[in-house]
Design a protein around this ligand. Structure first.
Ligand SMILES: [Zn+2]
Length: 383
């Protein structure tokens, strides 16, 4: 991957800014509909019409001792069918229209079914475990919370090593000069043992640039999207990587694990009260009755929506801290401003969304704010 002539410092493209506003707005509406509205309506209908109780009876008759798994598979298939149109439109039709995605229908379908396979496998394991502990103890919510936190840790540990390669080709980074430069930067930033830098072939799927810093101990690695290498200058790549190193040095993954724990315990406790109160309604016969699963999901979803702005606010705080870390440790802080502008144009993100939208949904501060922050930092530093 040879770097072509890259314009530096990068300035916003006014046409891209205009398109980005349209794109982001439609994407947000789509996200709210597909992540919250559609599932909530689906869970409510399936519960309130008594279909869930009917499905339980059917599963008991046809599935024998595997009736929970049979119920779960039918439930997941129905949910997949309901979510499919929006999902397909958003990730295939819409992203292709804006040239963010260059996947063929075949490539898209392959990823879709791989993702589906994984979520069905994890979902089945989760339901089996959940209804086992629901039947076993009234303190199931404590067991479920501990299991959820452990599972989150497990996923963050295996995802770069096992899950990522299911979807992406990873290859060693061959640019020796830049590799040396990035490893030196890690050393300066206080992470001396990074040896592995990998390149992820995102360009086969989309034009999105990004970088990840992942793993612990021997699996510690930097993963660069090939789009980042091909479209950003060496100094810009360094700012992106040092931001990720910032997350690592600040132990942000541990902080998020703690947040996960703090939100999971009360959430499951509330759900346990909801499930207890539902016995006798909608054909539900007890705590461990699989017919209450839509209610479980509904309560979970509603709690998630209530907690989300708080978690996002915390995430934005962590992101600014990583930006400041990057300003301190990359060799050219002015590259950060250029990087933010280039990133926003390439991924068509709105640089200054409505404050309410940012407050509710943004895990990262709006690009305009990050740019202002970097500029402020430079001014302050020059004094
Ligand atoms: Zn970040």
């Amino acid at each position: 991957m040879k770097r072509q002539k890259i314009k530096y410092p990068y300035e916003f493209d006014p046409e891209k800014r205009r398109v980005a506003r349209h794109y982001t707005r439609a994407k947000i509406i789509n996200r709210v509909a597909s992540n919250f509205l559609v599932p909530i309506i689906f869970f409510t209908i399936i519960l309130a019409t008594g279909f869930s109780a009917y499905l339980r009876d059917f599963s008991l008759e046809s599935g024998g001792f595997l009736y929970i798994q049979l119920y779960a598979i039918i439930f997941f298939i129905l949910l997949t069918l309901v979510e499919f149109p929006l999902d397909f439109y958003s990730t295939y039709v819409y992203d292709r229209k804006y040239r963010l995605s260059n996947q063929t229908l075949k490539g898209w379908s392959r990823d879709f079914f791989k993702g589906l396979g994984l979520s069905y496998a994890f979902g089945l394991a989760m339901i089996t475990f959940l209804y086992y502990i629901l039947a076993a103890t009234p303190y199931w919510w404590i067991v479920a919370s501990i299991a959820t936190v452990l599972f989150a840790v497990f996923i963050s540990y295996i995802s770069p090593v096992i899950l990522l390669p299911i979807f992406y080709k990873l290859e060693p980074y061959r640019d020796r000069k830049q590799k040396k430069r990035l490893i030196e930067m890690c050393k300066r930033a206080g992470v001396p043992d990074v040896k592995n830098i990998l390149v992820m072939r995102e360009s086969e799927k989309s034009s999105r640039p990004n970088a990840l810093f992942s793993g612990l101990g021997n699996t510690k690695r930097i993963i660069l999207f090939d789009n980042l290498i091909s479209q950003f200058t060496a100094a810009e790549v360094e700012t992106v990587v040092s931001h990720e190193v910032g997350h690592y040095v600040h132990k942000d993954n541990i902080k998020f694990t703690i947040i996960e724990a703090v939100r999971t315990f009360p959430a499951f406790f509330i759900i346990s009260l909801v499930l207890l109160g539902s016995i006798g309604l909608f054909g539900i016969t007890g705590m461990a009755d699989i017919a209450n699963f839509p209610l479980f999901m509904l309560a979970f979803e509603v709690i998630e929506i209530i907690i989300m702005p708080l978690v996002n606010a915390y995430s934005r705080k962590i992101e600014i801290a990583a930006d400041i870390f990057s300003l301190r440790h990359s060799s050219r802080p002015e590259a950060q401003v250029s990087t933010e502008k280039r990133l926003a144009d390439l991924s068509l993100s709105d640089d200054s969304p409505h404050p309410l939208v940012e407050f509710l949904l943004y895990t990262h501060p709006a690009p305009r704010k990050r740019i202002e922050y970097a500029k402020e930092w430079r001014k302050y530093r020059k004094k």
